[in-house]
Design a protein around this ligand. Sequence first.
Ligand SMILES: *Cc1c(COP(=O)(O)O)cnc(C)c1O
Length: 218
Amino acid sequence: MSLSNITARIRKAETDAGRDPGSVTLIAVSKVQPNERVQSVLEAGHRCFGENRVQEAAGKWPDFRESYDEIDLHLIGPLQTNKARQAFELFQTIHSVDRPKLAKTIARLADETGYCPDIFLQVNTGEEDQKAGVMPADADNFVTECRALELPVKGLMCIPPVDEEPSLHFALLAKIAERNGLKGLSMGMSSDFESAIALGATHVRVGSAIFGERDYGA
Ligand SMILES: *Cc1c(COP(=O)(O)O)cnc(C)c1O
């Protein structure tokens, strides 16, 4: 089982970085994976999972929740405002808050329901056209705006460009978080979670290294 292997590598990266063992949360990214694979990770005792799409998560997690207690679900993909209400029902944490309109919708839902998932703000550290997230130069203002809306902002999230050294992006995200007094850093995936931990990641999002390659053709 790759889960134990990844957990061991996380512990080692924590120790190497002089950080407390257990200070990094492993989000097992189960998007597109067959239910049998997800179930085997649940059977191994893991409870923290990440999904990219509200619709996909709604199709499988209510059933898993009937069989397993204390599932902690994280939305790590883009969120349309018209799916926000459904996201509230499914997810304990939303990592992809990336624009004022979405922040306002979440604040309104929180008012209405008396509950709000934990929030991470996504920063487009590579300033890529096709990628979600606020520009690094706008991040401080966006943090201020979300705090004024009384959102429970826990930290920042980034997805580095595929063709660049991820460490530079992790370091930039850590710097923006620090100057805004934010502790949470959602960064690092299968290929780079150890360097993310070295640079302060509190949440790593690891999919294929745990579950195997995703089969989008299925
Ligand atoms: C799919 C995905 C991951 C996991 O990617 P792997 O390379 O399979 O570990 C992490 N974060 C986000 C935002 C993703 O969409």
